[in-house]
Design a protein. Sequence first.
Length: 325
Amino acid sequence: GSGGLWNNSPGAPGKDPLVLADKPFGEWNHFRILMVGDRVTVWLNDKLTVDNAVLENYYDRKTPIPARGPIELQTHGSEIRWRNIFVREIGPAEAKNIPDSGRPTPDVLAATGGDITIAPINHATLELTWNHHVILVDPTSQGNYAGLTSPDIILVTDIHGDHLDPATIAKVSKASTKIVAPAAAAPKLESPIVMANGETKTVDTITIEAIPMYNLTRGPAPGQFFHEKGRGNGYVLTLGGKRIYIAGDTEGTPEMRALKNIDVAFVPMNLPYTMTPLEAADAVKAFAPKIVYPYHYRGSDPAEFAKAVGTGGKIDVRLRDWYAK
């Protein structure tokens, strides 16, 4: 089922794949399947199609699948061929070290000097790792940090509580953690590296550009904005030869639309504070990142954003559950 758990009940997690990643008929597809107990994660052609979903017992849905049994490769009436099949058993000790954190399974992006892993955590919080560097963005108490390595760099985008949480920052940090933040957030942080809109700095060999993030039209009252220009920072990071844009709380500003050569973007869409999914899609199409993650979307439908961006173009829209329990 295109990498989905086809025999799960209609509407059950995993029944339908998160994305359609099949190659054209006649070309080889590549699967990677991780199964711990009855929970299954599937990658089809390096795209995440099932994220830690329970595999139902097709023959008796009231009981779990058997702990042991044969693995059967089957088809339903049409020709199918298999090659290069590798199976490795995960022992109990290793299985216990695979955290069931409730977070989406991290994505992996090939890069110079090692892969970049991209791990959604919650709302505006995410983790990037590359070449032994760990970068944590806007950590707050709503996130689950179990099993994560203490960050080398923490990025803070704004002063609002869903971005700036000094207690959580102190909890997840280590002695050598460097905190990058706008001046408005600095008084609540311990010795931050302060960046203003338009500045570029190198922190632990990673180039960081501060991008303006602000409202164009929306605010609590006429003539006011939820996010004033110059107060907060979006960021563009350059690591492993890739440019990664973290937008923060913003509408589709001219500075966003003018971005060039972005490999991965994280773009918000929630009202009344940022923009609608359709507005976000319009802005994203203007700067055309190779990959885009809708995030910070509480109360909005990211599928609407994905539809507006389109699935047939050059932008890979990756929908993840940023509010998993």
